[in-house]
Design a protein around this ligand. Sequence first.
Ligand code: 13P
Ligand code: SF4
Length: 351
Amino acid sequence: MTDPIQFDDWYDKFNRFSGDLYPGRYTRDFVRDLVEQGREVAALAKQKDSVIVAHNYQYPELQEAAVEVGDSLGLSQFVGRQSKPRVDFCGVWFMGETAKTIVGDRARVYMPAQPGCSLVQSIDHARIESWRRQNPDGLIISYVNTDARTKAMSDYVCTSRNAAQVVRHAADHNPGKRMLFLPDKYLGAVSLAQSKVDADLVDLYDGGCHVHAKIGESALDEAYERHPEAELLIHPECGCASTCLAKIMNHESEFSRAFYLSTEQMIHHAAASEAREFIVGTEMGMLYRLRKDVPHKIFHPVHPEAMCEYMKENDLAKLLYSLRHDEIEVLIDEPTRRKAQAAIDRMLTIQ
Ligand code: 13P
Ligand code: SF4
């Protein structure tokens, strides 16, 4: 049997597609270590009948070790379809919790580390409970970037890909009811505008992600100055999300080339677009996937510091350790899991 991981292949890909993102990381010695770890990871995953998945922001070597790489929604759907007894999830903790919520007893879910997320940390459960008390008939729509407890308190979950559809669906099926959208204020504002739901009926929580908050108007203006011909791919969590939307609606010339997209949608959009160059308004790990999957086009990071240190807590050595020692397992108490699952299932039926 031929060895699927080759040093030359990894060394070339990591440096060609992400040398500028992680300067100095992919030396020959380091890649040699990664290849060894990658081979052991593949062998152990086979032995333990595990499916490895990775979010688009993960280091290239984790993306290569995974059988599926994607955005929050895509990975949730993929994990829901698979039938293996074990999932090794490379992403942040709420993503592992979402996977566990979906698979329940069917599979054990492990993660290489226990990374947080600033958006999740901006949630105060007492505030949600208080909103619920004041609005007993109201609807809570929470972004997938939430802990299992918040999802369990929610009526619907949504992701960056389907937030506007979920908000529209919730409003259509519950006319006149108040809604709370949490925790991301930028995604909330964009979804409200896109879904054309009555904004007076919606309370927007004021959370945000520190990585995307850096992608404000000045970062965008500077990126457009450097690359005037490029199309702009914006993640709706960005700090510039609301002002960009206003500029798009005002038909400001550059913004006729701006698109709100989840990380996975960025791939499809870039492949289908007639543009040759793109400014990528999200965490920089995304550029590895874009450059690898759409190799004939050019991708620029919008901001050189848009790096999520939580996502980067995972690495191949930790994944190997996790597979060897069966740690760190994601566990959720069953009543919370069932309630969270109901909210996720409601979302999945809207697709
Ligand atoms: P996506 O669902 O678009 O991949 O976004 C997840 C995330 O954490 C964005 O920061
Ligand atoms: Fe959380 Fe932001 Fe990191 Fe995404 S990029 S995982 S929202 S901190």
